[in-house]
Write a protein that binds this ligand. Structure first.
Ligand SMILES: *[C@@H]1O[C@H](CO)[C@@H](O)[C@H](O)[C@H]1NC(C)=O
Ligand SMILES: *[C@@H]1O[C@H](CO)[C@@H](O)[C@H](O)[C@H]1NC(C)=O
Ligand SMILES: *[C@@H]1O[C@H](CO)[C@@H](O)[C@H](O)[C@H]1NC(C)=O
Length: 295
């Protein structure tokens, strides 16, 4: 819903009035309706259902298309930070293509660019280029304005229609008030506060964020009354801090994927998959089988 090809109003999906149907409740209702439909269609009314989801002298060094100015410093910093956070998210054990083709374990490659370079800034730009230009890219220069767009998620929302969907949800549902300060993290001082988010979301989407709503509506981390859920926990995934890191009951199970990046277990099998993700998938299957038997 509102991601990829699933655009309920086609090209007009992201205008006010149409984007209001993008919410967790509506996506859950999609699930409910789809499951009901499939059960009838597949003559499987009594079968249990398992669902899966997860739900960017300086102009030259930086190879910028447009001249570097003092006003653009924050944007360029954000562009660089965005490249590193995304490489961390896609830190898979084999080559992938999201924006552009990147090699296996791109974080290691990006770090070796920085470590191997005699000028750290040149190495940093090479590392950022790994995300925006890939290993065999065709970019003549970096157009930081189109490659990184500031949005309600300080780590960036990507580009194209998906970025609008995620931006909207970062205003309405997912609260990510996490700036960087250069003291407790390795990034430049780029603050992002709730007030900045409020002002942005009101201007962009005419929405006043309800900061407590997710906890009120989906109970935050207080999920002990739920059952039959596996929470996979990739040690390379920057998002794991928001995850469920230990099992909460014998049917709310945390599974560790040592060396696993964002959603590695949910990707297709690959000859370069580490043993840890094979084990994690087996463990997930084991619980699925158990719950089906119990059903
Ligand atoms: C960095 O240097 C190391 C050691 O010399 C080498 O193995 C590695 O391939 C280099 N990395 C890159 C990206 O050139
Ligand atoms: C993009 O990658 C190609 C191929 O590696 C390289 O020749 C080009 O200079 C890169 N562009 C930028 C802006 O770094
Ligand atoms: C999840 O990952 C964190 C950090 O990698 C680790 O400390 C924790 O023990 C893991 N949880 C489980 C259930 O393995």
């Amino acid at each position: 819903r509102y991601y990829g090809k699933s655009l309920p109003f086609g090209d007009s999906s992201f205008i006010l009035g149409n984007i209001g149907f993008l919410s967790i409740e509506q996506a859950m209702a999609d699930y409910a309706v789809l499951i009901h439909y499939l059960k009838i269609k597949l003559n499987a009314a009594k079968c249990p259902v398992i669902a899966f989801g997860g739900l960017q002298k300086l102009t030259k060094i930086l190879r910028l298309c447009k001249p570097m100015t003092k006003d653009r410093l924050n944007h360029v910093n954000g562009w660089i930070r965005n490249s590193l956070t995304n490489l961390a998210m896609f830190d898979y054990p084999y080559p992938t293509t999201f924006l552009v083709p990147v090699p296996a374990y791109p974080v290691k490659v990006a770090c070796s660019y920085i470590m191997n370079s005699s000028d750290p800034l040149v190495g940093l730009v090479q590392a950022a280029g790994l995300y925006y230009n890939g290993t065999k890219g065709s970019l003549k220069c970096f157009d930081v304005d189109t490659e990184f767009v500031e949005c309600a998620d300080p780590t960036g929302c990507g580009v194209g229609p998906d970025s609008m969907a995620w931006d909207y949800q970062a205003c309405t549902e997912s609260m990510m008030p996490a700036g960087s300060n250069g003291k407790t993290d390795m990034f430049p001082d780029l603050p992002f506060t709730l007030k900045m988010r409020d002002e942005y979301c009101e201007k962009k989407w005419n929405i006043v964020p309800r900061n407590d709503w997710l906890n009120v509506h989906l109970w935050g981390k207080d999920i002990l009354t739920a059952s039959n859920i596996v929470f996979a926990n990739g040690s390379l995934d920057p998002w794991r801090r928001g995850g469920v890191l230990s099992s909460l009951s014998d049917s709310l199970i945390a599974v560790l994927i040592d060396g696993g990046a964002h959603h590695l277990d949910l990707r297709g099998a690959n000859p370069l998959d580490p043993q840890s993700v094979l084990n994690a998938r087996q463990e997930e299957v084991k619980y699925i089988q158990k719950w089906i038997e119990q059903f």
